[in-house]
Ligand binder design. Structure first.
Ligand code: SAM
Length: 273
């Protein structure tokens, strides 16, 4: 006899998908082919895992909850395509995934942002992502300049992927129901970034620094985050960005130009010119 289902653990963001219509919509959106590898973060009780195993060449599922891991092992033991791992997805070496891996996941919401950044680091291994997130985070990812939701997440994800809000999912589609709204997002990895970027680390540092103080101008924000005053002034002028502008008005192309202009002038954080 099958063991009883483990009780949901709130601290692990466990809200299990129980609506088969949403499962179907996610599978249609992911459109996984028989020769593709899928990475599923947090397979949970397996709502997506079983159908994914029927479609993909291999499904790597990383589950942190040992009880769920055992449960999945038991219920999906007849699926030779399943490669189930017990552990923290944040510690998983995403850069060892086979090239072209498709990420399909109903992410644990408490970890969705760090997981997306970790996946972004391994973008060369991925072809696309279909992820369920809290709607508030999904909105931030797709927001454009001038929008109150536009920030670090928007710039970095839009720089390397093409994100699209696919559909909303009501809390009634989960057990237990989450307190927040959910949305499914597809993100296709770009073959080239949205703007030319020579130094990814510096670009990321500039974007994070510019948004670190949302009420300040980009010029003051960069200075407060350790870029020298002279470098900032000259960099903004070269990138044709007016020093009085705020980060939320800059496009990805402008951030890229600013990072490039600062590249030749940047001192280690903390040194002022
Ligand atoms: N995929 C299932 C579904 O759609 O019903 C479960 C989704 S539930 C929102 C999130 C899942 O992520 C849970 O199974 C939870 O245990 C798992 N999880 C939470 N933190 C994790 C982590 N750090 N690494 C891997 N899995 C994690």
């Amino acid at each position: 006899m099958a063991a009883p289902l483990p009780r949901p653990r709130k601290r692990l963001g466990q809200h299990f998908l129980v609506d088969q219509n949403i499962v179907r919509k996610i599978l249609d959106l992911a459109a996984v082919r028989h020769d593709e590898t899928v990475l599923e973060i947090g397979p949970g009780r397996g709502a997506l895992t079983g159908p994914l195993c029927d479609r993909a060449e291999r499904v790597i599922g990383i589950e942190v909850d040992a009880d769920l891991y055992r449960h999945l092992h038991e219920t999906l033991s007849d699926r030779p395509t399943l490669d189930l791992r017990l552990g923290d997805a944040l510690a998983f070496p995403f850069n060892t995934l086979p090239e072209g891996t498709v990420v399909v996941a109903n992410l644990p919401y408490y970890l969705s942002t760090p997981l997306l950044f970790a996946l972004l680091e391994a973008r060369e291994r991925l072809s696309r992502l279909v992820v369920m997130l809290q709607t508030e985070v999904a909105r931030r990812i797709v927001a454009g300049p001038g929008n109150a939701d536009y920030g670090v997440l928007s710039v970095l994800l839009q720089c390397w992927t093409i994100p699209k809000l696919a559909f909303r999912v009501s809390p009634t589609c989960f057990r237990p129901q989450p307190d927040v709204g959910s949305s499914v997002l597809s993100l296709r990895i770009r073959s080239e970034p949205a703007a030319p970027i020579a130094d990814t680390k510096l670009f990321t540092r500039v974007v994070r620094a510019a948004f670190a103080h949302r009420r300040k101008t980009v010029s003051n924000s960069l200075r407060d985050e350790g870029f020298g005053q002279g470098s900032v002034q000259a960099g903004l002028a070269q990138a044709r960005v007016a020093p009085g502008r705020r980060a939320e008005t800059l496009s990805i192309v402008e951030f890229a130009a600013l990072a490039e202009a600062l590249a030749a002038r940047t001192e280690p954080p903390g040194n002022s010119v």
